[in-house]
Design a protein around this ligand. Structure first.
Ligand SMILES: [Zn+2]
Length: 365
């Protein structure tokens, strides 16, 4: 009886998502296993996006405890949770969204020494929201060699313009210092990722204009490490920040990074689930609708744009434009909307082809 009541509640929680995505996609979401490395300003919002969309098997990995300087951008960081283990505080929050989700909270650092503790083949998706360069390289190499699909967050600090956030394949990212540093480190070590993967990034780089208050100074209000909760082996590890360089952040940017990562997973599952139906039902032109699902998620497409299939783009655009005409029937407006829709559609479809097509060979960057 208890179970039945909970199933009813769960069904209601996800009703608006199911209304859009359909029952088959919701079932696929519920059966999907995701692991997120790093639940800071980006990873915590990714977890939020996933759980609110119907992902029910989620593993979150982070070694840190909540510092008061995290409150500006990390979902579970509030003045009430300072000092708590990040993954525990986030788990408690996610269970409030849906008490039935299976959240595995692991307070651990991801690095060369601990990597063996995680079997990435057990997951359908791996999310990298780690900010240490060395550990990130290791995770990228390990995750791309696994069976899981891999999405990566690049640097989200020093930015204020939400419209500069983009998605591109790792080797095509431009204007992101972290992306450049990762490529350089891999080329130098001659260790390349085993497969191509999409990154969320942003090419805006602003200077810090203020002063940094780091943990351990009398200005930081965090409780002392010795009194902290969680894994005793990690009490003195990065209590809040012992990083070489601390950069300023805004939550609207870090949260969009995280939500975009969650969106890449949701949309991938949606598209895969629909693809089977489209194949079985191709005469109705559903393929256009299925492709359209990727619009806007995969940005950055210089070459792909040039080789875009214009006729496919036009029909997708025309269909999309008609979506916006629900309350307008004047011929003039329809014409204007359709022509606008055309250009948007052709861009969208070229971006999709970028995602779908065999990835280009790595180039110097
Ligand atoms: Zn602190």
């Amino acid at each position: 009886m208890q179970t039945m009541a909970m199933n009813t509640i769960e069904k209601a929680i996800y009703n608006r998502t199911e209304l859009l995505l359909g029952e088959d996609v919701m079932e696929a979401l519920a059966g999907t296993r995701v692991i997120i490395f790093g639940v800071g300003g980006v990873g915590s919002w990714c977890a939020e996006g996933l759980v609110r969309s119907g992902i029910t098997k989620l593993t979150i990995v982070d070694s840190d405890r909540i510092c008061i300087t995290n409150v500006n951008r990390q979902l579970m960081a509030t003045t009430k949770t300072v000092g708590q283990v990040k993954v525990d505080a986030l788990k408690a929050h996610l269970l409030e969204i849906n008490p039935k989700v299976e959240i595995t909270a692991i307070q651990q650092i991801y690095c060369e020494e601990t990597a063996g503790q995680f079997n990435l083949d057990e997951y359908d998706y791996v999310i990298d929201a780690v900010d240490s360069l060395k550990d990130k390289v290791h995770l990228i190499l390990t995750a791309t060699a696994s069976k899981a699909k891999f999405f990566c967050s690049l640097g989200a600090a020093l930015k204020v313009d939400p419209l500069k956030i983009k998605v591109a394949e790792f080797w095509n990212v431009r204007g992101c210092p972290l992306g450049a540093a990762l490529r350089k480190k891999m080329k130098r070590a001659k260790t390349m990722p085993a497969k191509k993967f999409l990154c969320v990034y942003d090419d805006e780089v602003l200077p810090n204009r203020g002063h940094c208050q780091s943990c351990g100074t009398e200005k930081c209000m965090c409780p002392k490490a010795q009194d902290g909760p969680g894994n005793p082996d990690l009490l003195n590890h990065e209590w809040c920040s012992s990083k070489a360089q601390i950069n300023g952040t805004t939550v609207h940017v870090t949260a969009i990074f995280g939500m975009t990562l969650s969106g890449l997973i949701i949309e991938d599952i949606y598209r895969r689930t629909l693809k089977a139906e489209v194949t079985a039902d191709s005469s109705e032109g559903n393929s256009v609708g299925a492709e359209r699902a990727s619009d806007g998620l995969a940005c950055e497409s210089e070459e792909a744009r040039a080789t875009a299939d214009v006729s496919e783009g036009s029909s997708a655009g025309a269909e999309r434009a008609s979506d916006g005409l629900a309350c307008g029937s004047e011929e003039a407006r329809a014409t204007a909307d359709v022509s606008e829709g055309n250009s948007a559609g052709s861009e969208g479809s070229s971006e999709i082809s970028r995602v779908r097509d065999p990835w280009k060979t790595p180039e110097a960057g």
